[in-house]
Every structure is written in C-alpha cells, then in structure tokens.
Design a binder for this molecule. Structure first.
Ligand code: ADP
Ligand code: ZN
Length: 714
C-alpha cells in the first residue's frame, strides 16, 4: 500500500479488494465515471466489471444504485461486498416489510454506499428514492437484458428509459458481457445515454484452456468424463447438457461412480433449484449437470472447469458458459464434446425456432468452430470482432496441431454411396452400408447389392462419423432436416466425386486430453511415480486452509470463495505469510480480512511452515525473544516493522503455547470483564471478533479483545 495515495482509485483497490493493479481498462472506466460521464462497459464474464462501478461508488459521496436482474445475483454481490467490509444492501421482493424499512433507513443515514435494486422496483419507487437519497451514480448491470435481440431479454429493463428523462444529471454506467453491435446500440438508445464513452475490453480469457472432442460413443464420453473428474477431486465444475433428461442421466452415472454431482434444470421447483445453486456456491456439491438455465446467477470464482456434454446452439452461448470458469484468474479447463446426433437435433430446433435462417447460420458457425484446424481462441475472438495476432498455445489445436491428408478417396467412397442410396439415408445407415454391415434391414432393402457396399470397412464407425462431420462442414454433403436428415451430395461434393477437386481431411487421432499445462505436468509426475497418491505437506497445508475457509464461511453464512478465493489460497501456501504485513502483501487479501480471520490463518501457516520448512524462525518466537530482552511492544513493532496488534497476537500465541508472559499487563481487569460480558451476550461465540468489537461500541481495540479472550480461555 506504500505507493498508493489515499483517495486515488488504486488506493481503494488495495484497501477494499487487496489487489495491486487494475486490469486493462478498469482504471480508465473508473475515471470516466468519476468525471460524471455516461459510460458503457463491455467486458467478458469474469473480466472484472463489478469493480468498475463499485470503486466509484466508494469514492463518491452519497449512494450508488445498482440495477440487477436476479435476486440471487443481488444477494451474492451484496454478500461479497460485505465480506470485503463494504456497506451494501439490496431491495427486492425477497425482503419483509421490516427488513426493507431497515435497509432504507441505512441508505438515508448515508452508511450504505451501494444499493442493489430490481429494475421494476427502481422504476416504481424512483421518485421516492431520489428524493430521499443522495443518489450520485446509477449502475445497470447485465445491461443487455434491455435488448429484445439478445438471449436474456427482460421486459422490466425497458422501463429503465425513464431514468434519464427524470434525472438527466445522474450519470449512468451500463455493463454487459454481450458485445455485439446490435445490443450495444440498443443499450445506448434505450437508456438514452448522453454522449457515452464506450469501453470495449478484450474478450480473451487466456486462463481458460479450450478443447473440443468429437467422434465418441456415449459410453466413452462418460468414461472420459469420470476419469477427468477423478483427477481433480477437490475441484468444482459444470457439465452443460442439451436437455433436462440428459442432465439427470449424467448426474446419475456420476453418482453411480461415487462422484457427488447434482442436476439442475428449469423443470425443477424454484426451491430445489436455489438449493442446488447454493450447495454449489458453498462447495458442498462440487459438480452440477445442468441445462443452460444454470447460468447468470453463478458468481462463484473457483469453478475450475466447464464441459459441454453436447454442442451449444451458438458461439455466444458457448462463450458465456465457458466464461463461468476461472473467474479468479487461475488456469481452468473447458471441454466441448460434439457429435453428429447433436447437429441433427440442433438443426431441427433451429429450423423450428421461428428465426430459422439466423439460428441455422449461428449453428453453422459453432460447427465450424468445433471443426477448426486453426487456433480456437483466434477463431473465437475473430467471431467477436477482435483480431488476435498469435496462436494462443492454450487450446487443443495449438498444443496438438491437426495433420491433414489427401482424403479424396475417403470422401468419394461416402459420396458415391450416398448417390447410390438415392440420397435417401441418414448417416447411421450410410456408415453401415459402407462398412458392409449384415444387419437384416440392409439385406431386405437390397443395400448389400450396391457397388460401394463394404468399400469403407477399413475405417471404424466412430471415425466415419468424424469424417462425415468434416464433409458436412466442408460443404461436400448436406443434411435434409425436413427429410429425416437424409444425406445429399452438394454441388461442391459432386466436383470431388467426379475427380475435379481434391479433398483434404484432418487425420483423426484418438483420445487425448488438452488440459491446462500445469495439470498435465502433474499427471505425468504421478504416472512416473506410479505409486498411490501420497499427500505432500503442501497438499496437507492447502487442505487445512480449505477446511478453515469452509468453517469461516459457514460461520459467516457466505460461500467459501467470498472468504478468500483460490488464488489467495494458493498464494498463502506459496508465500507462507507469518505476520500481518506479509498477509497484506498477498493479492486479494485485505486488512479487513486480516482483522477477521488473521489469527486462525496464522495458526495454520505457523503449524505448516514448521513442517514444510523447519528452519524458518517462528515470527512469534522472535517477538517473544525481543520482549524478554526488555523491549516494549511498541519498540518491537517498530523494530520488526509490524503492526502493534500483530505483536500482541504473537504474545497471545506464545502464551497459549505455555510461554512465561503475563498478558494482564496489556489488558485491564475491567476490560477483560467487559469482553466477558460481551461474549456472554453473544452466547459464547468467540469465532468472530467483530460482533464483540461492535457490542462494546468499538471502545476496546481488537488486540485487547483477543488478549482478553486468550486469558478467558486459559
Ligand atoms: P464480471 O462481473 O466481469 O464477470 P467480476 O467483477 O465478478 O467479473 O470479477 C471477476 C473476478 O476478478 C473477481 O474475483 C474479482 O475479484 C477479480 N478481479 C477484478 N478486478 C481485479 C484486479 N484488478 N486484479 C485482480 N483481480 C481482479
Ligand atoms: Zn490456440
């Protein structure tokens, strides 16, 4: 914090969020908002939009209203803010009359800095709110909900037009992860933003690995998924499936293999759904098999992988879904499985959707993505209109470039068979005929008499499926969705069939994973050793921190990732902070968190540093040694460049371990009694110091409370 001047955005970033630097555009966005400009922010999911309006809210006087579409989303965001020591609240239909009055009271008194509010509520109560409160900024989150073109249209959002009419001088910041031009324009016109500054961040999320797998039978796919999950037993992930039925089936298979997973879809009751979502947030159920209904409300930062069990309908949806992984910036994996069967069904849906042309086109784009033989990230970003000059190195194509071969003969065999079957059969029948199957239907229809019967028996059924997918995407064949998906030879296909054009195909490789590099390394390490997994001291340490995080989270009744995220957890294990100052150096950790959880965490770190690095001098012993030499706590703090409360916590820990130190010299009898009284009033709960501190009207400092509790306990 040394280099940051109070009252700059960077100072607030460090103080409230514990981060040392802004991500691209965040600072410019904040400054623009502080200048009172209307602002539109386009940033991918997980890109860091929230800070962009939260920091201005903290810096401005008065209150910021935040419009948010979902009750669960509001609650999560407010919980997360409060977990960072920021005064925030929400108004929506889930509150009782009394709770609502309380919220409004705190807003009027000026203690609440951010008030989250449902759009319809803001519209209905707008006049009252602005007359009662000192509103300085209005943030509109998930702003694409205003556009009827988009995938999340919410009619309530369109009423937000009245904000500018009624209060033209209050700046509006609109934020969304949907970047297409139509939506962008819609947001600006509908909200009537005045000469807005538009910030378009990069949509690249480099920490997400991208891979696509095809040509697998159902059983192989499930086996692979089970293997993948077993390799990552402590991690959370989502498996997106095409239908409700599939979510249930996949969850059942996983459960049958001892993997705790639940399903989630819109056919469940609201109660069941919110329970599953909460269990996922709280790390109680690590894996959810879901339809795309499981989505916008997920703010969990430690989702480590996303799978698509089926091909998504379009690239927009796919990108948004994989974006839910790795919000904490740590490496995370995404895997997309797709098959010919998916394409048949999705084509049918698209055709029947009422916007057939658009939806078929979108489906074709994601098929092309799935079949790509160039860097997938480049392809995705170019879809979103972003040029990306290099190959990413973190997708399956980059890590394992496809090999091409002259597939003219393979293509000719298929096309010739299609022709000879009068373009009347679908791909399953086609493959059976080319492979020379003896099944009765084929004999009955006389398909065993055609010239190409059995001509492709050297290629397996799964590989034929993949080649047919390639031919479909290369435009050699067409699938007639209105004729039971029978296959037709296209004009381009005819050129190949008649030898006027060569056809290059991608060689099919069987099974391998593309996962984040580090994990692959781990996997090899384990294979080399070929011994049952032994738990290393580091893993043990990580485990214990994770457990403590869960305990703290349940005490606070928030999801564990809100106590601190996985990135912080990894840093603690790596850096082994042994005092307050070292904890505050960890990116994402703050004073507020140290005051609340510092002692519990220190105890774990101390225990494990001794194991991991026995030579490390215990910081607590050092403070105690200096004290024995006759230095005062203040002198020790100065000499060691630590906070005074840290020194006292060292004393308390030394005392607990049986050191000869009289704590009563630092905390008076009277103070001890008051703390005791507060603890009794709080029903003996000493897990958190803040309620005690508050009960005592903030008159007794934290370090004295801790000393008093130490004395009480021993
Ligand atoms: P979005 O709303 O765009 O999906 P969030 O605002 O939830 O994304 O941010 C995603 C994650 O990134 C959060 O865990 C947040 O704390 C973290 N984050 C945001 N800004 C920074 C930053 N400057 N440095 C490090 N982490 C950040
Ligand atoms: Zn790549």
């Amino acid at each position: 914090m040394e280099n940051t001047i109070p009252n700059t955005a960077a100072y607030f970033l460090k103080k409230h969020y514990g981060y040392d630097s802004f991500r691209p555009l965040q600072e410019q966005i904040i400054n623009c908002i502080l200048l009172g400009r209307d602002t539109l922010v386009l940033m991918p999911t997980g890109g860091g939009k929230s800070l962009c309006f939260q920091i201005p809210a903290l810096m401005l006087s008065g209150i910021t209203l935040v419009v948010s579409p979902l009750i669960s989303l509001m609650k999560d965001q407010v919980d997360a803010l409060q977990a960072n020591g920021i005064e925030a609240a929400y108004l929506n239909s889930s509150l009782s009359y009394g709770e609502e009055a309380e919220v409004i009271k705190d807003c009027i008194s000026g203690s609440t800095k951010l008030l989250y509010i449902a759009p319809e509520r803001l519209v209905n109560a707008f006049d009252t709110l602005v007359s009662m409160l000192d509103v300085r900024l209005i943030a509109i989150d998930e702003a694409h909900c205003i556009s009827s073109w988009g995938h999340d249209f919410r009619p309530e959002y369109t009423q937000l037009q009245m904000i500018k009419e009624k209060m033209p001088h209050i700046p509006i910041v609109a934020l969304t992860a949907t970047a297409d031009k139509v939506t962008r324009k819609d947001i600006i016109t509908q909200l009537n933003l005045q000469n807005p500054e538009v910030f378009l961040a990069s949509f690249n999320r480099q920490n997400l690995s991208l891979s696509v797998k095809t040509g697998m039978r159902e059983k192989e796919k499930l086996e692979e998924i089970i293997y993948f999950i077993r390799e990552r037993s402590t991690e959370s992930g989502i498996i997106y499936c095409m239908s409700r039925k599939i979510t249930e089936k996949v969850a059942e298979v996983l459960n049958g293999n001892g993997i705790p997973a639940k399903y989630y879809h819109a056919g469940m009751s609201a109660n069941d759904r919110s329970q599953v979502q909460e269990e996922f947030s709280k790390d109680e159920t690590p894996i959810i098999c879901a339809t795309i209904a499981f989505g916008m409300g997920i703010d969990k930062s430690n989702v480590r992988w996303i799978m698509h069990y089926n091909l998504p309908k379009n690239i927009e949806g796919y990108y948004q879904e994989i974006g839910r992984a790795g919000r904490d910036g740590l490496p995370s994996d995404t895997i997309l499985y797709y098959s010919l069967g998916d394409i048949q069904l999705l084509t049918k849906f698209a055709v029947e959707s009422g916007q057939a042309e658009l939806n078929v086109e979108k489906l074709q784009r994601i098929q092309q993505f799935a079949e790509a033989d160039v860097c997938r990230r480049r392809m995705l970003l170019s879809y979103f209109g972003e040029a990306y000059a290099e190959n990413c190195g973190n997708c399956d194509v980059c890590q394992n470039p496809p090999k091409h071969f002259d597939g003219t003969v393979v293509v000719q065999k298929a096309l010739s068979a299609i022709k000879r079957l009068d373009e009347k059969v679908g791909f399953n029948m086609l493959i059976d005929v080319i492979r020379g199957s003896h099944r009765q239907e084929i004999i009955n229809l006389g398909y065993d008499k055609i010239k190409t019967y059995g001509a492709g028996s050297d290629i397996s059924t799964t590989n034929w499926k993949q080649y047919l997918l390639q031919m479909l995407n290369l435009g050699f064949i067409e699938m007639a969705y209105d004729e039971a998906f029978s296959l037709k030879v296209s004009d381009l296909g005819k050129e190949v069939l008649f030898g006027k054009r060569k056809a290059e195909l991608v060689l099919i490789r069987n099974k391998d994973f593309t996962v984040s590099k580090e994990k692959t390394k781990d996997k090899y390490k384990e294979k080399e050793k070929a011994i049952p997994k032994a738990v290393s001291p580091e893993e043990h340490f990580t485990d214990e921190l994770r457990k403590m995080r869960r305990t703290l989270a349940s005490l606070e009744n928030v999801p564990p990732y809100m106590i601190f995220n996985d990135a912080v957890l990894e840093e603690i294990v790596k850096k082994q902070p042994l005092n307050e100052a070292q904890f505050l150096e960890i990116s994402g950790f703050t004073q507020f968190k140290f005051d609340r959880y510092g002692q519990e965490l220190l105890a774990i770190v101390r225990k494990h540093t001794r194991k991991i690095n026995p030579a490390a001098v215990s910081t607590q012993a050092e403070s105690f040694r200096l004290f024995q030499q006759g230095l005062s706590p203040e002198q020790i703090a100065q000499k060691r460049n630590l906070g005074i409360s840290t020194i006292f916590s060292h004393f308390a820990a030394a005392y607990q371990e049986g050191a000869d130190i009289d704590l009563t010299q630092f905390v008076s009898n009277e103070e001890c009694e008051k703390v005791e009284e507060a603890v009794a009033a709080l029903e003996g709960d000493i897990s958190k110091l803040k309620p005690i501190f508050e009960y005592l009207k903030e008159e007794i400092p934290y370090h004295k409370i801790r000393l008093a509790i130490t004395l009480m306990e021993n």
